[in-house]
Design a protein around this ligand. Structure first.
Ligand SMILES: CC(C)(COP(=O)(O)OP(=O)(O)OC[C@H]1O[C@@H](n2cnc3c(N)ncnc32)[C@H](O)[C@@H]1OP(=O)(O)O)[C@@H](O)C(=O)NCCC(=O)NCCS
Length: 372
């Protein structure tokens, strides 16, 4: 029998990110994630993942100008939004919106490296607008146009809430985007690279990635972590809650990882952000509930938190509705997905793994009336 889940298989060479699962380390293009989380902005991270170097000030300014210019939704997408807001879940809206936006990309079917770079930047630029517009429409609030002088993260909060966030809140959100930006050959990135390897277009590859991220075993886990924390209600309930959940054969969401065998380095940063934000907001219960879940799950199952556990607490305290938490993961991962798609195009061979046949053999066709 094949080992399920392609665990030991190397699917590609990449220069984008690297993990040491035993040591709990993650690097983007050689920079430690903790270093980037402490110092880099999301815009610098986008540049790094797409150009393999941190930008000079001039390069960053040019990138910013391009991203800001491309934030507005095409009128067709804006017109689609009421239907999507009424009938589609946030991730289904995003999958559909990104797919539909292919029809209006000014580069059309140009697949030159320069056009692919511009398409990638447009996808990164428009994703926050899609999510915020969807939320404003579904809650019968006026749509807030993008703010040209705000950063990617601050502008998202502005479009979502209709007022300018504090610098502290904007930086917290920005740091979560840096942390979610890329993560080697995770399921959604692999899905994107498989589609790209057929030389299909960037939009198709990213649409596939969004579909993969939607699942609760991948990006859906941050929303599930928040729901779990709400069910727990008080830190003192965490121990019994985890015990019951495990006894019922259910997963504790936001814990465990296919690669990390210790604390996810992103969770370490998010835990601190969650603690600081809980203090600043005077909402200590959120940090306490998540940290008591961490303690109970480690004691009872030996599992460490992954990126999604404390991200849920941070997003909740920033006023992000629970069902927008996975779309925010997608917003940030758009940087990594698009960089991986470009990397795949640059050195491509169609991805076509084998399978081990375990069904019956050497059978002979039986006419339909003679079958039992
Ligand atoms: C991420 C995940 C899919 C990895 O799956 P995996 O690679 O198959 O995990 P492992 O092989 O390390 O699992 C080892 C054991 O721990 C269990 N386990 C792993 N994560 C668990 C969790 N969150 N809750 C309870 N048990 C868990 C597995 O069921 C398995 O138990 P078994 O040996 O009795 O079958 C899994 O940990 C999970 O479902 N976590 C919850 C969802 C989540 O937070 N996803 C976000 C990932 S960033």
């Amino acid at each position: 029998m094949t080992e399920k889940g392609l665990r030991e298989i190397l699917a590609a060479d990449t220069k984008l990110s690297d993990i040491d699962g035993e040591a709990g380390r993650l690097w983007y293009v050689g920079y430690d994630i903790a270093d980037l989380a402490a110092h880099a902005t999301f815009e610098e991270t986008i540049y790094l993942l797409h150009n393999l170097e941190l930008p000079t000030r001039e390069q960053l300014n040019r990138l910013n100008t391009f991203l800001v210019r491309e934030r507005e939704l095409h009128p067709f997408l804006a017109r689609m939004m009421p239907t999507l807001a009424q009938n589609a879940s946030p991730m289904s809206m995003l999958r559909t919106g990104i797919s539909a936006s292919s029809a209006f990309d000014p580069d059309g079917w140009d697949d030159s490296p320069e056009a692919e770079y511009r398409k990638a930047m447009r996808l990164i630029a428009e994703t926050p607008t899609l999510i915020a517009t969807y939320h404003r429409v579904r809650t019968d609030q006026e749509v807030v146009p993008p703010h040209p002088s705000l950063s990617h993260a601050a502008n998202f909060l502005w479009m979502l809430h209709g007022d300018e966030p504090s610098d502290e809140d904007a930086r917290v959100l920005d740091t979560t985007f840096v942390l979610y930006g890329d993560h080697t050959m995770n399921a959604s990135t692999f899905a994107a690279r498989v589609v790209a390897s057929t030389l299909s277009d960037m939009f198709s590859a990213i649409t596939a990635a969004i579909g993969a991220l939607k699942g609760p075993l991948h990006g859906g886990a941050n929303e599930e972590s928040q729901k779990m924390a709400e069910e727990v209600g008080k830190p003192e309930n965490a121990d019994a809650y985890v015990r019951e959940r495990l006894a019922a054969g259910k997963k504790v969401m936001g814990f465990g990882h296919a690669v990390y065998k210790t604390m996810d380095p992103r969770a370490r940063v998010l835990k601190q952000l969650c603690e600081d934000l809980a203090e600043r907001r005077n909402q200590p219960q959120w940090y306490q509930i998540f940290s008591s879940l961490e303690q109970a799950t480690f004691e009872q199952k030996g599992l460490y938190p992954n990126v999604d556990l404390y991200a849920a607490g941070v997003y909740h305290m920033l006023g992000i509705p629970t069902d927008l938490m996975t779309p925010l993961f997608a917003l940030a991962r758009m940087a990594g997905w698009t960089a991986h798609v470009r990397e795949q195009y640059a050195d491509n061979r169609i991805i076509r793994p084998g399978s081990e046949y375990v069904g019956p053999k050497d059978r002979t066709y039986v006419p339909i009336d003679e079958r039992a």
